[in-house]
Design a protein around this ligand. Structure first.
Ligand code: IPD
Ligand code: CA
Ligand code: CA
Ligand code: CA
Length: 282
């Protein structure tokens, strides 16, 4: 048994409370953003609300678990290499590592397009054991615990039953890394557009994963993601009966950046399409 209950509150309760509090605050700041900056590219945005939400979540977690390590998107230098290094460092630091994306879907948040969320995961010795994703607009709280299933507001989530790509609706992403990731994604998107019922690119990796877990989408593909985009959602998909790998079929671990998550039934077919399209990335 994993000895992760330290202190008075379970880490799952702390994750849920933190996501809920941050989510409510983020929602209250819609249309009231004070500062918008760019990170790696003009398409890669960060606001005062991203930073404020991360601080809020950090404080709440450290109140209960002062010894735990935290990897949060807005405390890491931007760039693929920087994020990979930050993950390696964070893993070394402590047995318990919280992985936070304070707002997943910042572009949507800036636009007032109501599709963004808070994503919080806890890893024990590098393996995700808790995943929480909160959509404050729809008030949907997705929660997964390793080996205990996944739920949205207490109702078990289950992946879809589609067993052919042709009958499936998948999510994809237009990654803000225009140099390396986006050209690869575009090859995949072009190939998949012809082989699926339809594609969606709603702009939040974590919510796409939560929707795969809940059977609202049958899969999700994107190259160029970071640990905080995926960690909570990957556990949700797995605990809902789905499969999460990299784009060549290696099992998910917290370092994966080129992602395929599906209901399991269409997984191989999707991997085969990406391989033929040379859309697996490196
Ligand atoms: C982004 C979103 C987007 C995905 C990008 C991510 P952010 O996260 O998940 O859907 O395409 O790759 O970076 O920056 O809004 O947290
Ligand atoms: Ca970002
Ligand atoms: Ca993100
Ligand atoms: Ca973010």
């Amino acid at each position: 048994k994993i000895p992760y209950v330290v202190g008075s509150k379970s880490p799952t309760a702390v994750a849920i409370n933190s996501a809920s509090k941050a989510g409510e605050w983020i929602k209250s700041r819609l249309g009231l953003i004070k500062e918008i900056n760019t990170k790696c590219s003009p398409q890669d945005l960060v606001t005062d609300v991203d930073k404020g939400a991360e601080l809020m979540i950090r404080k709440l977690i450290l109140t209960h678990f002062p010894d735990h390590a935290i990897l949060g998107e807005e405390s890491v230098d931007p760039g693929a290499e920087a994020s990979a290094n930050a993950l390696t460092e964070a893993k070394k630091e402590a047995e318990y590592l919280w992985i936070i994306d304070p707002i997943d879907g910042t572009t949507n948040f800036v636009q007032g397009y109501p599709f963004f969320c808070v994503s919080i995961a806890l890893a024990y010795r590098g393996e995700v054991i808790i995943g929480v994703i909160y959509d404050p607009i729809r008030d949907e709280m997705f929660v997964a615990e390793k080996g205990k299933g996944a739920y949205v507001h207490g109702n078990p989530t289950r992946v879809s039953r589609d067993d052919k790509l042709a009958d499936s609706v998948l999510a994809v992403g237009f990654n803000p890394d225009r140099e390396v990731a986006l050209p690869v994604n575009m090859k995949g998107i072009t190939a998949l557009s012809d082989r699926t019922r339809s594609l969606r690119a709603a702009g939040s990796a974590a919510l796409h994963l939560a929707y795969v877990a809940a059977g609202r989408l049958s899969g999700y593909y994107e190259v160029g993601l970071n640990a905080w985009d995926i960690a909570a959602g990957a556990l949700l998909v797995k605990e809902s009966g789905g499969i999460v790998t990299d784009t060549v079929g290696n099992p998910y671990d917290i370092g994966v950046r080129r992602l395929v998550a599906t209901n399991g039934k269409i997984h191989q077919e999707l991997l085969d399409v990406l391989k033929t399209a040379e859309a697996t990335g490196v």
